[in-house]
Every structure is written in C-alpha cells, then in structure tokens.
Design a protein around this ligand. Structure first.
Ligand SMILES: C[S@@+](CC[C@H](N)C(=O)[O-])C[C@H]1O[C@@H](n2cnc3c(N)ncnc32)[C@H](O)[C@@H]1O
Length: 431
C-alpha cells in the first residue's frame, strides 16, 4: 500500500450510494486497494447551511423543477480541496453543455492532474454563479440529457483511472485500444475455436506473431473506414498503413454477391445507414481528389427531402441496406442549361442523383445493379430515358456510366458551395 495515491478522485453528489458499487469494484477497486487510486464520494447535503438540509430551490424567473444552490456546493468543494492539499487539482462539472468527453481528454486529465473533483448536478442543474466561481471545466457525456451527473462522473473517473500507471498491468493494455491513436481496435475472439458455425480467423490460430500483427493493423484500418469514416479524414498514413489500405481496396474489389439483392423505397429507419454510405462516398471522392460532394452535400436534409418526395431508394443485400440513390421524375432545370452537346430524349425522363454503394461493395457490381434498378423504375414511371451527371474527375462514376450503356451528352453547371468546382459531365441512356 502506497502512502500517496497516483490519482485521487472526489465525486460530489447527492446520491453517493448510486456510485459506490461501481466505483470500488473490479479493476478500479483493486487499484484502490493497492493505494494507486483514492476514490471518494462526498455527500453535498452534508454541507448545507440550513436546518432542513435543503440543497435546491425554485429557479428565478419561473420554470420547471429546482436548481441546486451554490452554497452547499461551494462548501462541499472547499472541504474537498482543503483535504486534497498540494495536489494538481481540476474541478469538473458534468454537464450536457460541456465539451463532449473523449479518449484524448481522458489522456490529458490522467497526465496533467493527480486530483479530479467531479461535481454532479441534479434536477434542473446548478446555480450558474457556482459554475462561474468554482469550476475549471465542463464535460459532457454526449448530446443527450441525463437525470444527474453521476453516470457521467463514473464514466470520466473510469476512463481516466485506467490510464493511471499501475492500474492496468501493462500500458499496452490501453495503447492498442480503440481511439488511442485515432483508429478502432481490431476484432477480438476467444474460445471456442468454432461457435455456431463461425470460426476464429485462421491467422490468429497460426501462431505467427508478425502475420497476426499485420492482420490486426489491417482490420483496424478497414473497420475504422467502415464504422467511423470521419476518423480517417485528414489523417496522414505511414507507408505501411498506405500499403494495407491499397490491399483492403483490392480485396474489396473482388467481393462476390451471393445474397439476394432487393430495391425498395427508403424508410426513416434506413437514415443512419444511408448517411454513413454517403459519408463513405464523400471520403472516397476526397481520397481520389475529386471535388464533388466536398461541400457538405448531400446531407441529412437533402435525403429527407428525397424521402418526402418519394424519390429515395435503397438496395438491400441479405436484408441490410448497402446502397442509396435518388430517382427523380421532375424535369431538372440545371439540365436545360446543357452546353457543348444535346440531349436526345423524346418524352419524359428520370434523373439519377446521389447514387452511392457501401464501401465494402465497391467493385462488386452492386453499382451496376443500382443503375439497372433505376432504369427499371424509370420505365415503370413511363420515362423514356435516364439521365445523370458527375464531376469530370469522378472516374468510378464515368466508368459506371459507360458500362451501363450511357452516352456523354455535354456539360452542366450545378450551384455548389463556394470554392468548389460546379462543372459536371452529363450522361443519358435512352430506354
Ligand atoms: C436534467 S440535467 C439538467 C440539464 C439542464 N437543465 C440543461 O438543459 O442543460 C441534471 C444534471 O445531469 C447532469 N447531466 C445531464 N446530462 C448530462 C450529460 N450529457 N453529460 C454530463 N452530465 C449530464 C448534469 O450534472 C446536470 O446538472
């Protein structure tokens, strides 16, 4: 047992009994027993200056609920700070208005302080004057509202404490994990070797550590690409990672479509998946230096508008959404301004907009299937032709157009965000 702990955490709360079972259990509990951590809960109510031990009161200006009074909070914090002596302290108020918590902030707090005073609000929150006078920082667990700060305080305490030297057996326990260096962790498996017909990947059973490390790194890159594409943005890749990324793309281009593929109108429940697919497409275009979809378009409101107009469609593969497109039967005013060529359509036509396939389906032929579905829907609506347009550097879309029998007809100009290239090449297929 050490004389002085590496990290002391005081959680100021009206509900210490909610916190104790989690705070003193498992890894943190063991580190506490060894004296590496000192974890305290402090009852704010014990510091009231009134006989009724009242901690809250009605809000000035009216409104729902009660607000925690500044005095008990301040007296409680003073007592905590007095007992923390010369520690490097940080006073944090857990709040939905704070900066969203992340691994980077957890690392900084673990490195820069050896005492955190975590203040939990309740009811409608706390008197603003306490925050102004006493709090160094506000931290949020995310953009939602909890009943009290206790769950958020536990999350912060847990994430910070596991980074304190000695709490985990080896720093490698956390340096290889998700978010440590901006990537998600590789998939993990344990016994048995086969579970419900699913095998543990052979490489993990082969015993060749260099191969295992390479496979894991590749998995980190590919699952970050799929699950959190925004984490890959503005990231510089080592030569090794760049080679693995090239390999991932090559692997994906060989994907075989063996499950049933269906096309149906998009519904609200598809939104999150569709937005992910569009983000992946935006990242793909950025990586290939194509100045298309780089101004925030297409975004949620555009897709919602597609849905409202009945123009939003998804493809599903084995039941899961794998591609999106918008098919509009409305005459496109931008197409009326075609230059350097001529449309050949006689009669009504449809326009294919915002087509994108999920990243792992690139090169699988799914995009061709998407165009075929758009043609079918166009014909069903009485359309005599299908039109589309793309940036002149968007080689993937231009090749798709060619493979699917479209012909280049000329150039159009779209209103796009300032500083972006508005010129597009227009294509048409007569049906
Ligand atoms: C019901 S909330 C008060 C919300 C406050 N009226 C507002 O709208 O900003 C009560 C307490 O829960 C805690 N809390 C709620 N949501 C939180 C979040 N997302 N992250 C951290 N703490 C949160 C805060 O300590 C807050 O004082």
């Amino acid at each position: 047992m050490r004389d002085v702990s590496e990290m002391r955490i005081d959680i100021l709360t009206l509900f210490p009994e909610q916190l104790a079972p989690l705070l003193h259990a498992s890894i943190l509990g063991r580190a506490e027993k060894k004296g590496i951590l000192e974890l305290n809960t402090v009852q704010i109510r014990d510091y009231t200056a009134n006989r009724q031990h009242q901690v809250d009161d009605y809000p000035y200006g009216g409104g729902w609920g009660c607000v925690m009074m500044a005095q008990p909070l301040k007296s409680c914090l003073d007592a905590v700070m007095a007992s923390a002596g010369g520690r490097r302290s940080r006073v944090i108020y857990l709040s939905p208005q704070g900066r969203p918590f992340d691994q980077q902030r957890a690392r900084e707090l673990a490195a820069e302080y050896d005492h955190l005073a975590l203040v939990c609000g309740h009811y409608e929150g706390v008197d603003e004057r306490f925050l102004e006078a006493c709090v160094d920082e506000e931290i949020s667990l995310g953009d939602f509202v909890l009943t009290g700060g206790e769950l958020a305080a536990l999350a912060v305490a847990d994430a910070v404490c596991r980074l304190v030297p000695g709490v985990l057996s080896d720093p490698a326990c956390y340096t290889g994990e998700s978010h440590w260096e901006g990537l998600l962790e590789y998939p993990q498996y344990t016994r048995p070797e086969v579970w419900e017909g699913r095998e543990v990947p052979a490489v993990l059973r082969g015993g060749n550590q260099a191969e295992i490390d390479r496979w894991r790194r590749k998995q980190m890159l590919s699952r970050t690409m799929d699950k959190r594409p925004e984490l890959m943005e503005n990231r510089t890749f080592s030569d090794g990672d760049a080679a693995l990324l090239a390999e991932i793309r090559k692997d994906r281009s060989r994907r075989k479509l063996t499950e049933p593929i269906d096309c149906r109108p998009m519904v609200e429940a598809d939104l999150e998946r569709v937005l992910l697919i569009l983000r992946q497409a935006q990242n793909y275009l950025r990586r290939h230096r194509v100045d298309q979809w780089q101004d925030g378009y297409p975004n949620e409101s555009v897709i919602r508008r597609d849905m409202e107009r009945g123009e939003a469609f998804v493809l599903t593969y084995g039941g899961a959404v794998c591609a999106y497109f918008c098919l509009s039967a409305q005459p496109e005013p931008v197409y009326a301004g075609l230059t350097d060529g001529k449309w050949r359509t006689e009669g009504p036509y449809c326009v294919l907009h915002r087509n994108a396939v999920e990243a792992s389906f690139r090169g699988s032929g799914l995009a061709d299937r998407l165009v075929a579905e758009a043609e079918k829907l166009t014909a069903e609506q009485g359309g005599r032709a299908l039109r589309a347009d793309t940036h002149r550097h968007n080689e993937a879309m231009k090749k798709l157009m060619k493979r699917c029998g479209f012909t280049y007809r000329g150039n159009v100009v779209w209103p796009v965000g300032e500083g972006h290239d508005p010129r597009r090449q227009a294509f048409e297929k007569l049906l």
